[in-house]
Design a protein around this ligand. Structure first.
Ligand code: AMP
Length: 832
């Protein structure tokens, strides 16, 4: 087998799925997505009326049809839909995809709406499922109360229209709605008489179903007896389905014994329910309840003992031993509904059962009853379907992308295929485990799905390849496609498999490149992290500047930052170093004026900021700055306290990397309080990669002083002055000993007044930092005030009063920064 490994670097894949806490943005995303889908969907049917005469009516826009054409088209569509309903509900296997079916039905409804005189009574618009045929041999059962279907919405406008209809009927805006997942299985009704399961019936055509008691009596989520008190007659409606894990296992068993495999879990559930002998069924069935039919003393009595849909789902059903669909949310706004929709769409791949949308239902049972139903569906509920569109094509190659954080992601390169109007040539394969789980191989037919804006994904094998692959035993030897490469395709560093996070509940593993500091795909993100506030905090090296420097090749690794001045500074011999423009002071038009004084000044300011850091970096900040996966600011402090010096930390980690996981050195790492095996492995992976170790050496060789942990916490009098001199506005103060001085920091008893602002530090944060050094924040100025911290825009009157009272005035920016970094601060004495 030829395996194609294509390397494409520097193109990290990013999926923006919405901005938490900003529903309006989510709404925009969704609107765009659903509108696009809608256009694609209706374009299947729409053709301009000018072309009407040349084009058969089956492909013309509904509004271009004459009444006669509309009647014929409705008849044709009705028959086609009835045919698909029979094969879907009775034979258990749809011939067309769900979205194709939805398009046909949408066209039928549009023609019916535009040409009411051509509409047939009780055609496709009123049909529920299919009348059971005699194939199964199961007894027929008439439902005491009809089992209806649901209306569909495919975009926000249709959801809005539903909400408006409900509000109009209710006469008030703001009707509470309950959102639930739409489970993709086969519906059934469980009838309890005097608390005992009398029978279970499939939906059939809504009036007449089949007796599936023997199939459901042992299904999970179906109690055979109820606990008193209960309504004398109770019909519980729900979805019979097969869990994903059961589906995969049973299908593999079937394939191994040469039995036809099911295409999906829905078909498996529907097929299992139509077996005459329930014992022949290997698929464990489960029942998830979502509604009720009769609930009271008699069939006609609808006095359910619950008041809301959400109470029924989350309280009544579980108390009686039913499994129920979860309540995704109760809300009275369209935005709230869209949030549940978007959240469920994201969670969809990890759901234990198949779902195909969200159902919104009026929460009040009383209002449900007032709104009632039409022949096919209730007026108080609607299904908002996910907009997946799929196609089958060939997987030609697997390309590996390296993301900005070093994660290796496989991407499928496909024979171009049109899905919903877009030409798809690439689709995500998620991760290497998924490739194996789906038994994918290069050259095979695959099903590709595209849902709105989300990146297309390879769902499964298709056609004969699907049947063939299902015959592989579970423990089959992996194909080369299923294994991650041993080296990063971008930088050649070794690749490791690590948990997604260090937390105990980490879901799954991730394949990562270990060449953190040198890997071109990752280096930009690493540089930013290195300079960030909790790391080296190099002001002036913000994203825009760093990105330019990185792109131009001026700064490739953190070590390069410390040679900038030598290479480009005033003493570099360059008269007007081109590099200076990247630090850019721009004019009002956004242009950078080369060689201007302002430009030089900003470059010099940046050199100074770098120089300040070079003179002394606390060890914990340096460790954090290295960006070792899973080593956050807190763990960095733990490691700094434990090892005290960079040298000791480096030696211990490298010894563990060399000795491997059974070595004493490795064991020693895992014995540090707060460092578990996951963190230890991250350290080992990082230091085990020679490129990382040599960049750290280079940083040190470029003059960076990493302060020992003990050293950075000694009082200021016993150590070098801090890199950033703490300025005091009162020059005389520096000749006297400080009244308060605090390493990282203890200012007990000091009363501090803060005025003005400090960039990047909200007022509450400033107060918190002062208080965490045991000082008191005061709001009025008196002779008892220990000092005034003056930020930018500090009130001149306050400063004048402080001077008059002899209260020292201190530059707030430096002071707060030092407190934040845990560095020493000092307050000069009063000037009496
Ligand atoms: P459809 O089969 O597309 O017409 O959709 C209607 C069917 O969705 C119902 O008959 C139910 O079998 C099924 N369904 C799945 N989940 C739910 C739910 N949470 N509430 C109501 N119906 C549901």
């Amino acid at each position: 087998m030829i395996r194609s490994l294509q390397i494409q670097s520097h193109v990290p894949t990013r999926v923006v799925v919405g901005v938490p806490g900003r529903p309006d943005r989510r709404l925009t995303v969704n609107r765009a997505r659903t509108e696009r889908y809608d256009r694609a969907r209706t374009s299947l049917a729409a053709t301009s009326s000018e072309d009407a005469r040349e084009i058969p009516s089956s492909t013309r826009a509904p509004d271009s049809l004459t009444v006669d054409e509309a009647r014929r088209e409705l008849e044709r569509l009705n028959e086609e839909l009835a045919h698909h309903d029979r094969s879907y509900y009775n034979d258990g296997e749809g011939v067309i995809s769900d979205s194709e079916y939805d398009s046909l039905r949408a066209r039928y409804l549009a023609i019916e709406r535009l040409h009411p005189s051509a509409a047939r009574a009780l055609g496709a618009s009123a049909r529920v499922g299919a009348t059971p045929d005699d194939q199964s041999g199961l007894e027929k059962i008439a439902h005491a109360t009809p089992m209806r279907s649901l209306g569909n919405a495919f975009d926000i406008a249709q959801v809005e229209a539903f909400v408006n209809r409900v509000e109009k009927a209710h006469g008030e805006i703001g009707v509470e709605l309950c959102a639930e997942p739409k489970v993709d299985g086969a519906s059934a009704s469980l009838r309890y008489e005097n608390g005992v399961l009398a029978y279970a019936a499939s939906r059939g055509d809504g009036e007449m179903g089949e007796d599936v008691t023997r199939h459901l009596v042992s299904a999970r989520g179906v109690p055979t007896r109820l606990k008193a008190p209960y309504p004398a007659v109770l019909e519980i409606r729900g979805e019979v389905h097969v869990a994903e894990e059961d589906f995969r296992r049973v299908n593999a068993e079937r394939a191994a014994t040469g039995v036809r495999v099911f295409k999906n879990a829905r078909n498996a559930a529907a097929g299992a329910m139509r077996l005459l002998n329930a014992e022949d069924n290997q698929m464990p069935l489960r029942f998830l309840a979502y509604g009720w039919g009769a609930a009271g003393e008699t069939d006609a009595d609808a006095n359910a003992p619950w008041v809301t849909q959400s109470e029924f789902l989350s309280s009544f059903l579980p108390s009686q031993g039913f499994d129920a669909v979860p309540v995704l949310g109760v809300t009275s706004t369209v935005e709230g509904l869209m949030e549940t929709y978007e959240a469920l769409e994201i969670a969809r791949p990890s759901m234990p059962y198949e779902i195909d949308g969200v159902v919104y239902k009026v929460n009040s049972v009383a209002l449900q009853q007032t709104l009632g139903a039409d022949a096919r569906q209730p007026r108080w509920a609607i299904a908002h379907k996910f907009t997946a569109m799929s196609a089958v094509t060939t997987l030609r190659a697997i390309e590996i992308q390296v993301g900005r954080t070093g994660a290796l992601t496989p991407v499928g390169l496909l024979d171009p295929v049109d899905i919903g109007g877009a030409c798809i040539q690439r689709a995500t394969l998620h991760n290497f485990d998924e490739i194996g789980r789906k038994r994918l191989k290069v050259g095979a037919q695959v099903m590709v799905e595209r849902a709105g804006d989300v990146i297309p994904r390879v769902v499964s094998l298709a056609g004969e390849d699907l049947a063939e692959a299902a015959a592989y035993p579970e423990d089959a030897l992996p194909l080369p496609e299923w294994l991650p490469p041993s080296k990063c395709p971008d930088c050649g560093a070794s690749v490791v498999r690590a948990p997604l996070s260090a937390s105990k509940n980490a879901m799954g593993t991730i394949v990562r490149c270990t060449g953190g500091l040198k890997c071109p795909s990752q280096s930009m993100e690493r540089l930013l992290h290195f300079c960030s506030r909790d790391a080296l905090d190099i002001r002036g090296l913000a994203r825009a500047t760093l990105e330019t420097l990185h792109r131009e090749g001026v700064v490739k690794t953190p070590a390069d930052i410390f040679t900038l001045e030598r290479r480009f500074g005033p003493d570099s011999g360059e008269t007007v170093p081109t590099w200076w423009r990247y630090t850019g002071v721009k004019n009002s038009k956004g242009e950078v004026k080369e060689g201007s004084d302002g430009l030089k000044a900003s470059a010099v300011k940046l050199f100074q900021a770098i120089e300040l850091r070079r003179r002394g970096v606390p060890l914990h900040r340096f460790i954090y700055a290295l960006g070792i996966p899973n080593i956050g600011a807190h763990t960095a402090k733990v490691l700094a306290t434990h090892y005290v010096s960079l040298d000791a930390f480096r030696k211990a980690s490298m010894a563990a990397a060399k000795g491997g996981s059974t070595s004493l050195a490795y064991g020693a790492l895992t014995h540090i309080d707060g460092v578990g095996p996951v963190l230890a492995q991250s350290l080992v992976d990082f230091w085990g990669e020679p490129a990382n170790a040599s960049i750290v050496s280079e940083i040190i060789a470029n003059g960076v002083v990493v302060l020992d942990a003990a050293e950075s916490s000694k009082p200021s009098s016993t150590r070098q002055p801090p890199a950033a001199p703490l300025s005091s506005a009162t020059s005389a103060a520096s000749t006297k000993p400080a009244e308060y001085s605090a390493p990282g920091a203890n200012l007990t008893g000091a009363k501090i007044l803060f005025t003005g602002t400090v960039d990047g530090y909200p007022r509450e944060t400033v107060h918190r930092l002062i208080e965490s050094a045991s000082a008191e924040v005061v709001s009025s100025l008196s002779s008892k005030t220990t000092c005034v911290l003056a930020g930018s825009g500090a009130g001149p009157a306050k400063l004048a009063k402080a001077s008059a009272l002899g209260v020292p005035i201190i530059d707030a920016a430096d002071f707060i920064l030092a407190l934040d970094r845990g560095e020493p601060v000092s307050i000069p004495p009063r000037q009496d």
